[in-house]
Design a protein around this ligand. Structure first.
Ligand code: ATP
Length: 478
């Protein structure tokens, strides 16, 4: 069985192309607005994809919010007061440097253009923190050509803001300008006081939030890795820097993130690594920032960021709003502004990783080795033959029964082999077949039993119908 290896250059295996094709073929992810010719960097999540994404979200929420005594949840607005983004620094700072090819009008991020150029020469450089002028100099010195048309005729590098602007009300006046949120985290800071006042939380505690964020990204088209809109799962973990050792807390969060990815999402540890931000890359207010990176087919890239942001954000919102966001220690009466550690991840990026990591080839057979909890359907039910009413009726009964407990697929098209093939590609861990033995028309000892076929081993076993739900439930939610 060929499980993908941590290849030096994973793109060589064509894995990304295989995943993009499987995603479309099997209803995980479709190109955005396809019937209108497409909309760059946007995607639709199909019937299998929406289930997988939701299962990842549910797992995150269960592990980090529901099952922790020190966490609460929040669902803040996508459109916040515009001052939020001035205070957070996004209006001035959420910017990328861009160049445009004067010949073919391809727009590209200057940092990506330069980094790719050096990568092709076998050199690795980072241009993080460089000014427009410095980026221009590198492009000119290296005479970097347009990746689309091959010409060397660039506009000067210019910065552009990634926040999407829109207007509240029907008249687009300057006062009505608002932004679609560029991250979910700021909603947590601006609700901090209300959370303190309305709950019994005591430091240290965290607030978790799941929801859409929007960034006007120019990307290299790496599937759902970077898109215009995406689902974020962010936590602000508040603590008293005098009572809690931030370094210890930081390490705990690193451990929790690692366990989630390798345990709950079932991703291989040798495909992951931590990378610490250097002084140029790290925000000035952060004392430490590290990215958990996954070995995507286009190289190790950020999956999940972890930053110790000190008391910067709460202080900024205090300054811009004039509202006191400090915390009073109930025991000592000491008043102070809490510090935060922020683990921030994109669910779509987690999903891309999960699909890539689960992709398995076993000879002709292709299957997604998803942890059963994440699989879009936990089981599929088939009547052996679609034209035998007694088989169909019995299979329908079983299907309806299982559906009360978990999502189940139904298939009666084609032969059993084709049905297995389709379920393998969407990662269904178990296929249940009703045959003549089930009806008592074959092997007498097998009456009222069905075959259950395991996705990973391909092995089949007979299970009695009245034990089937418990049998599957035990294997799926173990
Ligand atoms: P990158 O360097 O990849 O642009 P970032 O450092 O700007 O990411 P953060 O602002 O730290 O990202 O956002 C937290 C997380 O949100 C990222 O680790 C990533 O998983 C996810 N994310 C950010 N931008 C996007 C996007 N455009 N599409 C999908 N996921 C995203």
């Amino acid at each position: 069985m060929k499980k993908r290896e941590a290849a030096k250059n994973p793109s060589e295996s064509g894995l990304m192309e295989k995943i993009v094709s499987l995603a479309k073929r099997r209803g995980f992810v479709f190109p955005g607005s396809e019937i209108y010719g497409g909309l760059a960097n946007s995607y639709e999540y199909g019937p299998a994809g929406v289930e997988l994404k939701k299962n990842i979200q549910d797992e995150w929420w269960r592990v980090f919010v529901r099952e922790r005594a020190d966490m609460v949840g929040l669902d803040s607005s996508i459109i916040l007061h515009p001052k939020t983004w001035e205070a957070s620094g996004h209006v001035a700072g959420l910017v990328d440097a861009m160049v445009e090819c004067k010949a073919c009008h391809t727009r590209t991020r200057a940092d990506h253009l330069i980094e790719n150029h050096f990568e092709a020469k076998g050199e690795k450089i980072s241009v993080e923190g460089k000014s427009e002028k410095e980026l221009d100099e590198v492009i000119q010195q290296e005479k970097i050509k347009c990746p689309t048309c091959g010409k060397f005729d660039w506009t000067p590098v210019r910065k552009f803001n990634l926040l999407f602007e829109t207007h509240v009300g029907i008249v687009p006046e300057a006062q009505s300008k608002v932004y679609l949120r560029g991250e979910t985290a700021q909603g947590i800071f601006i609700s901090f006081k209300n959370i303190l006042d309305s709950t019994r939380v005591r430091l240290p505690f965290g607030v978790g939030q799941l929801g859409k964020s929007f960034r006007n990204e120019i990307t290299k088209g790496n599937f759902i890795f970077r898109t215009l809109e995406f689902e974020q799962a962010e936590i602000e973990y508040f603590f008293d820097p005098e009572a809690t050792d931030w370094k210890k807390l930081y390490e705990q969060w690193k451990g929790d993130m690692w366990t989630f990815v390798t345990g709950n999402l079932g991703v291989r540890a040798d495909m992951l690594r931590w990378r610490e931000h250097g002084d140029e890359e790290r925000s000035f207010y952060s004392k430490r920032t590290e990215d958990l990176e996954y070995n995507f087919p286009f190289g190790f890239k950020e999956l999940w960021g972890l930053a110790y942001r000190t008391d910067y954000d709460l202080n900024q919102h205090m300054k811009y709003s004039g509202t006191d966001l400090s915390y009073t220690d109930p025991a000592s009466g000491r008043k102070f502004v809490p510090h935060v550690i922020e683990p921030a991840v994109g669910v779509n990026r987690l999903m891309a990783m999960v699909m890539l990591d689960a992709y398995t080839e076993d000879g002709e057979r292709i299957f997604l080795k998803l942890p059963p909890r994440l699989a879009p359907y936990k089981a599929a039910v088939f009547p052996l033959l679609a034209n035998k009413p007694a088989l169909v009726e019995k299979a329908r009964e079983i299907y309806a029964d299982l559906q009360k407990r978990f999502p189940v697929a139904w298939d009666d098209r084609g032969n059993i082999g084709k049905r297995y093939y389709a379920q393998d590609e969407i990662g269904t861990p178990f296929c249940v077949t009703v045959d003549f033995d089930t009806l008592g028309e074959g092997e007498a000892a097998n009456k009222n039993t069905v075959t259950v076929r395991d996705r990973d081993t391909g092995k089949q076993e007979r299970v009695t119908m009245d034990k089937l739900t418990e049998f599957l439930h035990g294997k799926i939610y173990r």
